[in-house]
Ligand binder design. Sequence first.
Ligand SMILES: Nc1ncnc2c1ncn2[C@@H]1O[C@H](COP(=O)(O)OP(=O)(O)O)[C@@H](O)[C@H]1O
Ligand SMILES: [Mg+2]
Length: 380
Amino acid sequence: MTTSTGATGRYSLFDALPDAVLVVTAQPKLVYANKAAATLFPALDNYAPGAMVSRYIRHPAILDLAETVFTDDWDAGADPERFTLPGKVDRRLSVQAAPIEGADADNAGPATALIMLHDETAMWRAEQMRADFIANASHELRTPIASIIGYIETLQGPAKEDRAAHEQFLGIMQDQAQRMSRLIDDLLSLSRIEIDEHMPPSARVRIATIMSKAVDVISPLTEREGVSVDTLIDPALRDAEIVGSEDELVQMLQNLLDNAVKYGSEAGRIEIGAAPDDKKPGNILLSIRDFGQGIPPEHVPRLTERFYRVSAKTSRARGGTGLGLAIVKHIVNRHQGVLRIESTPGEGSCFMASLPLAAKPTAPLVAIDFVPQIVDNPPK
Ligand SMILES: Nc1ncnc2c1ncn2[C@@H]1O[C@H](COP(=O)(O)OP(=O)(O)O)[C@@H](O)[C@H]1O
Ligand SMILES: [Mg+2]
């Protein structure tokens, strides 16, 4: 980085700013670039004051602005211009300019201008994700609606008098309507959990209780599919508790059990377990293990993305919405935990939620004297 002497010295305060700032003259020559500018444009790391700006920065949005800010065309009230800076990770930047006085310490010297760059990548990505999400959700809803409309038209027209077709088509329409209903339920769960995500829960729940509740909820499916569920709780954790929302934690286990049955029940059995987390002392590891086909490793990091499925066809055929693991991930986050996924193709998968154990309840402050009573005729 250039030493701050002479003309550049008066701008060194800008080094404390998170946004990139350049001071340029009308040619445009570079008078000064702050530290944040050098992180965006590494060529600026060792710039020579007085060199042409284009030697370090090629982006037309910046170069054009560095010229127009000195002309009558420049509009001080115009919205900042936005552009994408290509790189390993594309960055979205906005750029603005403002004329300032001369470059020298006594404000003499050539006219100069500030070029200010603001990194909007995070906001831009969030906006893109939101737009993608709406497009995906609409697509997922549109498919069953289109199919229902198609069957209604057939029933009103060509198949009007065909009793057998009525039976068959109404069955399909019912399946499609149920699919939309599941999708809406999952979308609502997801948005509810997301709204609460920054507020940690405060109730205490027993781990053994949420595990048995989740197994009960899933039992119609496991019975229908002929899958047995083995519950394995480390005896030391039989009465252990976590700070959490019972409904959400049951939903988390239920979604994982549901997947294990739907995509990994070839062996006819699955496991739900609770054990201390060796990797994180003080945490408990809730795990759902199956012995099915497993998941190819390239898919594993993306499974918790909304609507991401290894096979959309299998997921749909099994009544999936593609939102189950996204819901699981948000529930785990809200409970200050982490989700780990291990899968070996051909051997099976294990989904683990590592969650902080609740502190043991404190002992009552007042000791109560216990006077044993002799009962003459103890009840049988
Ligand atoms: N236990 C599992 N074994 C194999 N694949 C799984 C398992 N759990 C999840 N998957 C894959 O992850 C995808 C996303 O799961 P999920 O978010 O619950 O959506 P859905 O079950 O509705 O498709 C599933 O479609 C499936 O491809
Ligand atoms: Mg699922």
